[in-house]
Design a protein around this ligand. Sequence first.
Ligand code: ZN
Length: 246
Amino acid sequence: MSVAPPRGSVAVLTGAGISAESGLSTFRGAGGLWEGHRVEEVAHPSAWARDPVTVWRFYEARRVQAAACAPNKGHLGLARLERRLGGRFTLATQNVDGLHGQAGSANVLELHGSLWRVRCTACGREEENRTVPLPVLPPRCAACGGLQRPAIVWFGEVLPEDVFTAAMEAASRCALFLIVGTSAVVQPAASLAVIAADGGAQVWEINPDETPATGVCDRIWRAPAGEVMDDVVEEAIRWVSGAGSR
Ligand SMILES: [Zn+2]
């Protein structure tokens, strides 16, 4: 059992479930395929080397879909929690759709990158690009003319070290860790809940389904985030203010 620090911080990990509530699909149809391809094969450096246009068509479809979606009460609740806690809040997300930022979250660690950033494969220059649809696929770097790729962490690539280190530090130091809408099977992000629990934090899970992280959780909301986030936010503020019931 954890001891409630009087004035603690909150760290959060979110996954695809919270964005599914905004209507965002995982782009896996019947059999887990996109246009006959396994997603793991399209979102992969070898696909880029072989056929960058097909890779971009996949991400273009995701950008078009994400641009048509709005943040839901789950995203908005987490943004409100951040405003209430000031600097004592870190949100790490496995999502690449940008909906947390759109909801007003400021301190967001995008563990798997962003649909709205592109990186030049020749000179490494990275920039925001929110044009939907893109006029030409693949887009080209204004500085050197090189092909730009989505600034997304593909299968077979490692997470950006500085981003993941910041997420681990937030998890290890927080008083309360929320794990929201993630199946908690994608490593290393899923290990954040264990790091938080080992550091003595309360761990709360908000997910309709049981996950591998459930075992380390102190409280569980078996519901979609949008339905219960108002309650979670109030409980979280009470907990980190030292008014927790345990
Ligand atoms: Zn360039």
